[in-house]
Unconditional design. Structure first.
Length: 130
């Protein structure tokens, strides 16, 4: 039972951490027709939903960072991935909404990915006692 709870907690943290990464990507010409076709299938029009996703970005960043921090405290892990994720999240928000710099956004997204994967590598080492 504990293993299932730990897996679910890790999955929620991972998915919540990826929401800011995917939201910060501008719609590309390859993906936009797919979204349009999916919406048209259900009889919906394309809508500007970005104002609804900005609070979702902030909430998901807070959930993922707080979950990562609680896992660090619980398992006595190194806090370096948490700091990298925190700094990358701030850089991502600033680059997307203040500077409008796509290169800085890409660097911040890479930092978030690195922090997530290194955190889970550390978490896996603790759980399997490798």
């Amino acid at each position: 039972m504990q293993n299932i709870r730990t897996t679910a907690s890790n999955g929620v943290t991972f998915l919540a951490a990826l929401i800011p990464v995917f939201k910060s990507c501008p719609p590309c010409p390859i993906c936009m027709p797919k979204y349009a076709a999916l919406f048209a299938f259900f009889g919906l029009e394309l809508a500007d939903y970005s104002q609804y996703l900005i609070p979702l970005i902030l909430v998901s960043m807070m959930i993922s960072l707080s979950s990562m921090y609680s896992q660090i405290l619980k398992n006595n892990l190194t806090s370096i991935p948490f700091y990298i994720a925190s700094i990358s999240s701030v850089i991502l928000l600033a680059s997307k909404f203040y500077f409008d710099n796509s290169m800085l956004s890409i660097i911040a997204m890479a930092g978030i990915f690195y922090a997530i994967f290194s955190h889970y590598a550390n978490l896996r080492k603790v759980s399997c006692n490798c």
